[in-house]
Design a protein around this ligand. Structure first.
Ligand SMILES: NC(=O)c1ccc[n+]([C@@H]2O[C@H](COP(=O)([O-])OP(=O)(O)OC[C@H]3O[C@@H](n4cnc5c(N)ncnc54)[C@H](O)[C@@H]3O)[C@@H](O)[C@H]2O)c1
Length: 349
């Protein structure tokens, strides 16, 4: 009997065979990172259902025949119905609000959607016996950390409600693992960037606040007033340094993360950085946007923003060790080029 047939004949499959045949619930799958995860899961033969309220996502970011349910993670009844009607083996949970700056003005929405919404999802999972979860956490949990390479042992000291919401969800998952037997992995993404190398998906945030799309929009004249916040930091050129990680690499990390969970008996929580271990400064990123687009644009220099850490760069050792993951596109030029190609092809449509 083939591996796949044996797995299919199992009840709620466990172990590697179950992993190969697993059906995954992807919350927030219509967003930037979710649409790339969707491509990876389909490519690796997984069955999936996307659940998204489309508040910031796009139905057409997904391949046309992707099973899709429009709904809100705060809606316990909708989640209960969904989880009862499918035999999900695991959940990848991305749905949430993402703008750290907005979270400072409107913390209530972040705690409602990100924290309360996540608890409703975890409760619906508990009620239906689904206990494997990959959660989209963030480098924002490290706050204004100062280590040159951040390991997962660095203290979790977020500096805004967005980062706190991610840290709270991690704590909740630790408790759900210890008490309810969840197997959960929190992937702490650093700065996801770029677009699908084949041009099938890309970044479409509105309003856009991420540096690379803003730089490219400045190159096409769609964004004016490009600013660098802070030029006097103790970094190589005085501007903030961040770990940009290609969105295709971020998406690919979810496959070994799921596999890792299938190989656990239960009661496990791990936090794992998803970054490259290399930092690029704001100035380097904007120069790269100019080089890739072939267009110059004005850049203003402004004072530092409160709460911005000078440098946030991941140690990617744990991801290499426990997920056998490493980035295929660590070069900034690839990220900017793929983002540029996607932007150009979207504007042709
Ligand atoms: N983009 C990054 O660099 C980055 C870095 C670290 C962590 N993350 C995390 O990764 C996840 C995805 O980020 P993204 O950049 O793709 O963001 P995104 O806004 O493009 O995607 C989030 C998706 O969640 C959906 N959503 C929001 N609230 C919802 C709700 N109440 N119910 C159902 N769906 C809801 C949105 O419609 C959207 O499709 C988020 O959890 C984010 O915090 C992103």
């Amino acid at each position: 009997m083939s591996l796949a047939v044996r797995a299919y004949s199992g009840f709620r499959a466990t172990g590697l065979t179950g992993f190969l045949m697993s059906r995954i619930l992807l919350t927030g799958g219509a967003g930037f990172i979710g649409s790339h995860i969707c491509l990876k899961l389909l490519q690796t033969g997984h069955d999936l259902v996307v659940f998204d309220n489309l508040s910031n996502g796009h139905r057409d970011a997904l391949p046309a025949d992707t099973p899709f349910i429009e709904g809100d993670i705060r809606d316990s009844a909708a989640l209960g119905k969904l989880l009862k009607s499918h035999d999900f083996s695991a959940v990848i949970h991305l749905a949430g609000l993402i703008e750290a700056g907005i979270s400072v003005q409107d913390p209530a929405s972040f705690y409602d959607v990100n924290v309360a919404g996540s608890v409703r999802l975890f409760e619906a999972m508990r009620a239906t016996g689904v206990r494997r979860l990959v959660f989209s956490s963030s480098a924002a949990v490290y706050g204004a950390a100062s280590a040159s390479l951040l390991t997962e042992d660095e203290p979790v000291l977020p500096v805004n409600p967005y980062g706190r919401s991610k840290a709270m969800i991690e704590d909740i998952l630790r408790d759900y693992a210890a008490v309810y037997g969840f197997s959960a992995i929190a992937l702490r993404y650093f700065n996801a960037a770029g677009a699908d190398p084949k041009g099938r998906a890309g970044e479409r945030h509105d309003p856009e606040t991420h540096l690379i799309p803003l730089g490219l929009m400045a190159a096409t004249g769609q964004h004016s007033g490009m600013k660098i916040f802070g030029t006097d930091y103790d970094t190589k050129d005085g501007t903030c340094t961040r770990d940009y990680v290609h969105v295709d690499d971020v998406a690919r990390a979810h496959v070994p993360a799921l596999e890792y969970l299938f190989n656990q008996a239960g009661g496990v929580f791990e936090a794992v950085n998803i970054g490259t271990g290399r930092g690029y400064s704001v100035r380097e990123v904007l120069e790269c946007c100019r080089a890739v687009s072939g267009k110059s644009f004005p850049i203003d220099e402004a004072g530092p923003r409160a709460g911005d850490s000078p440098r946030l760069v991941a140690s990617a050792d744990k991801a290499r060790k426990i997920l056998n993951w490493q980035p295929e596109y660590p070069d900034l030029r690839d990220m900017v080029s793929h983002a540029w190609n996607f932007m150009q092809s979207s504007s042709d449509e």
